[in-house]
Ligand binder design. Sequence first.
Ligand SMILES: N[C@H](Cc1ccc(I)cc1)C(=O)NO
Ligand SMILES: [Zn+2]
Ligand SMILES: [Zn+2]
Length: 292
Amino acid sequence: SYVIDQQTVVNPMLSQMQASNIVQTISDLSNNYSNRYYQTSGGSNASDWLKNKWLTMANGRTDITVEQFTHSGWKQKSVIATIKGTDNGSEIVVLGGHLDSINQSGTSETTRAPGADDDASGVASLTEIYRTLLASNYKPRRTIKFMAYAAEEVGLRGSAEIANSFSAAGANVVGVMQLDMTNYKGSASDIYIFTDYTDSAQNTFVTNLIKTYLPTLTVGTDRCGYACSDHASWNAKGYATTMPFESSMSGDNKNIHTANDTLANSDSTGAHSLKFARMGLAYAVELGSDGP
Ligand SMILES: N[C@H](Cc1ccc(I)cc1)C(=O)NO
Ligand SMILES: [Zn+2]
Ligand SMILES: [Zn+2]
């Protein structure tokens, strides 16, 4: 029942969201570490940095916890921020992106893999949604979890461990949105909803969210043809996922997985990412506001 009925809450928040904040986070993640590879110190240090950033932003709110998910076979930890629901907390909404980066030529301690678009842009979009919800003192009825996954580039390994853990615990995750690459406008439409490894009813809901809250944006659809990001880990466990992407398959960012995946080689104003952050905020509030 994907009812859209939170306009009085969502619209004031949308106008508070700023591309400059997204640009800052992309810059921090892509410039302060040689790479964020799942096996290097940069990968681990970026995880610690994000955990501290999200914790500081929580500013002592007792309904918010920020944790690192320790993985079984590698150093880099995933980061999870949880806003506990008020009266329907057992139902969980997940918004995710991935923290790690990779250089297709091989990634050692000093290899340059800025990963500005893939996927600092997604993590930065998540961070701006999180910041805006907190600034508005929003208290969701459902639990909302922001996840920055480790080890996506090496087989969706961080999200697989997390999704499997949530499934084993019988967690009632009502929806998952994946933001992987949001800041390179490679094609005509603004947002492309991918139709494989996702849930069609939720995809329709997200398309309606864009029509309702971001009516000037144009929407397309496409397919990856393979398990192309972390939403596939949740889809594999039967959870409803949506993967809004920055471009069509044919317009994809050719700089990813190289030293040239930089802010300068994507949208240096962050305007493209802001579209995804606004869509994600609407998703978080509309789903997060539902009672039992
Ligand atoms: N393969 C994905 C990126 C990716 C996803 C979809 C399309 I079309 C092109 C590229 C990846 O590298 N995720 O980190
Ligand atoms: Zn990638
Ligand atoms: Zn990615």
